[in-house]
Design a protein around this ligand. Sequence first.
Ligand code: GN1
Ligand code: MG
Length: 338
Amino acid sequence: MQEIFSLYGWKVNRYTPIHQGLINSTYSIQTNNGTYILQSINHSIFKSPSAIDDNINAISSYLQKNYPSYLFTHLVPTLKGNTLVQWKGGFYRAFHKIEGYALSVLENEKQVEQAAMQFAGFTSVLKNFETNQLKDTLKDFHNLNLRYHQFSEAIVKGNAQRINKTKEAISFLASHKKYVDVYSRFIKHAEVKKRVTHHDTKISNVLFQKKEGIERAICVIDLDTVMAGYFISDIGDMCRTCLCKFSEEEKDLNKVVVDAAKWKALEKGYLHFMKDELSSFEKDHFFYGGQFMIYMQALRFLSDHLNNDIYYGAKYEGQNLVRTLNQIRLLEEYNKLN
Ligand code: GN1
Ligand code: MG
């Protein structure tokens, strides 16, 4: 690590890993002049780290010019002026640490509304930013047709023993293919627009701060999947991760319940910045956003389980199946809101 630190000219007092996200590794670096976040990019998933770097820099310049006070994780350049560092086969970048904390589950409606306002605010502040400047950092990331296709392959070519033991989950997901058809119609509709979309609005990707006893969401983080996309992606991952007090890791399915008041808060927070931006056809698909993402995540977790956990990894045998069953229950509970 010392070699990387010297590229930035940092005199490091202490560095500690931060356990955030399933994909990249992240460290908090305390130096003589401030604290930074150093993050490696998982190169086996993000094949083009420079696309991520270009996207974040393009947005960063736009915001600095047009909304200089918008709180954003601007990249920190090395002494040579690079914002992406290649070292021993790995890719790294640094951000100034923004004081705040991330939460993996939300306790109350106020937090949900605040978080939703941050994600909506992000898309909204960039509404005049040309989306064709953004590169696809993960091609077809939220393409539900592709995710269904990958699932269809996994249930044939995957680990035979696991396929046998997950018949019920497989048939649940196959019997809900209607969500794929809704997606296909949605993206073809003339009133549906691609905008700057975060694509990973899990609730731990919002930073909160407490000042004088008042808790506020202050900014969004983890911008690797920012690409042109559909608002249902962002609504969806919020629904998936903030309506229930227990995360996707929860094994006790009785704990997987959905809070209707939080859904209302999510809608209110999101529409605060996006109500004039979304078409009425899009607004009609607000609820579908949750179904779309919870369903897609269940497909992805089960496909990975059947493919021997090659994508998400597993800390214990069957972890991706636990996540799948959790998401299936979440979808069933979510549908009760309707
Ligand atoms: C991954 O790395 P992390 O935790 O931010 C995944 C998301 C999933 C999420 C499920 C690039 O996100 O799409 O929703 O896990 N990111 C990628 O926890 O695949
Ligand atoms: Mg992420």
